[in-house]
Design a protein around this ligand. Structure first.
Ligand SMILES: Cc1ncc(COP(=O)(O)O)c(C=O)c1O
Length: 418
């Protein structure tokens, strides 16, 4: 992207590519090469013995988070779609979901031909529990697909209590909370189903991939069948009894959303790196939070003592009118720092907000969420970010805020973001 306004001569320069990923561990590369030499990349086989790599991975991941079952799938979007189908969501049904999330979440609801009903977001980027309570009452939804967007975890005891009282199942979108906990219990295990992503920009990386975790026998059997096990479900180590499969195997469609052997060999050695990566990410978060909090006009969300997050990105609010926030983003870009803004008028790259998803149809007014988005800025934080780079980011943000404030921006002269 080319900066639209040249920075002043004394301006600082960042320039690091914040979209970089961690290399795949050597052990995983060696295993992947050996696997490719066999040609056997599909997880299921009609002959041979032993359990395939995704089955071993499922066992390892379920052990880590403390769930009874784990089903490895082709993406978190696939896990969410399967979750809705396994809970019996029918075409036209309403499904409650978070207004602050990314496009694959309403996308999974649309994929199930269901109707998303968005729940408001607080200034701390979590679910507005009052609005949840009111929409549990006013909607006919039987599922709340909560998105722990950008790693911000809502009080899950409160969410469960509210949803349980209405007989509504909770499905957790944990694409941004792998390894994170609420009240010392892993996200993904608070509701009926947890959905995780192993896509490149997440905590562990197989390019594409995901997990569905559950303790529910009927959900697990359906998820294994829907993911595309054909009648080879016995090749799952973690699976319910034959009796449970008998209930589902003639009525459950195969949606071909399996994980391949290749994805699983790439992921298995990364599971043990999660705790170390979490410490590194949280160190970066602490450094950045400290420097950003000193910039006038910037505020960081309060983090609840029960929340153990894994912060692979940082979000903050800038208390300026939208045209000046746009100017701030532009001033950062001019210094080689690409900050994303959830309030931008049109979707950009991975970033969009609910007002861009026109297929959702009419929604109740989401004034609180829209006010939050208008000020919400977002920075991905690769593990390679150093303390000095965090300091530099703070200095650039401070300069950019000053520049945005200095210029009286009106809607008429507001900069257009590239
Ligand atoms: C909040 C959130 N949920 C779900 C997903 C879907 O993950 P996947 O790409 O594995 O389908 C993403 C992807 O970026 C996401 O950001």
């Amino acid at each position: 992207m080319t900066p639209t306004t040249p920075p002043p001569p004394q301006a600082l320069w960042f320039g690091k590519d914040m979209s970089t990923s961690e290399p795949i561990p050597e052990e995983a590369i060696e295993r992947a090469v050996a696997l490719m030499r066999t040609g056997r990349l599909h997880r299921y086989g009609e002959q041979g013995s032993g359990f395939p790599e995704p089955s071993l991975l499922e066992q390892e991941y379920a052990t880590l988070v403390g769930s009874k079952y784990c089903v490895a799938v082709s993406s978190c979007g696939a896990a969410m779609f399967i979750a809705l189908k396994a809970l019996g969501v029918q075409p036209g049904d309403q499904v409650l979901t978070s207004s602050f999330t990314l496009a694959p979440v309403p996308g999974a609801i649309a994929h199930a031909n269901a109707q998303a009903v968005l729940v408001e977001t607080t200034e701390d980027f979590t679910t507005d529990l009052q609005d949840l309570a009111s929409k549990l009452q006013s909607s006919s939804a039987k599922v709340f697909l909560i998105s722990h967007m950008r790693g911000h975890i809502t009080d899950l005891q409160a969410v469960r209590a509210l949803c349980d009282a209405h007989g509504v199942a909770v499905v957790e979108d944990c694409a941004h909370t792998m390894g994170a906990k609420w009240a010392d219990r892993y996200t993904g295990t608070w509701g009926r189903i947890g959905c995780f992503s192993t896509q490149t920009y997440k905590h562990i990386n197989s390019g594409e991939g995901g997990f569905l975790v559950t303790d529910d026998d009927d959900v697990a059997a359906q998820a294994i069948l829907m993911s595309g096990s054909y009648m080879m479900y016995a090749q799952h180590i973690l699976r319910p009894s034959e009796e449970v499969f008998e209930r589902w195997k003639y009525t459950t469609p195969n949606f071909s959303m399996r994980m391949s052997n290749l994805d699983a060999v790439l992921l298995r050695p990364q599971i043990s790196l999660l705790a170390q990566r979490a410490r590194q990410w949280n160190h970066i978060y602490a450094q950045l939070a400290q420097v950003l909090a000193q910039v006038p006009g910037i505020s960081l969300p309060a983090r609840h003592p029960e929340e153990s997050y894994v912060a692979s990105s940082i979000q903050f609010s800038l208390a300026l009118p939208a045209p000046q926030v746009a100017r701030f983003v532009q001033a950062c870009q001019a210094r080689g720092l690409y900050i994303k803004w959830f309030g931008q008028p049109t979707p950009q790259a991975f970033t969009s907000n609910f007002s861009h998803w026109h297929y959702l149809g009419d929604q109740p007014p989401l004034t609180r969420s829209m006010a939050v988005m208008q000020h919400l800025l977002d920075l991905r934080t690769p593990i390679s970010l150093t303390d000095d780079e965090c300091t530099l980011i703070g200095q650039i943000v401070s300069q950019a805020v000053a520049e945005a404030r200095a210029e009286a921006v009106t809607p008429a002269n507001a900069p257009t973001l590239p």
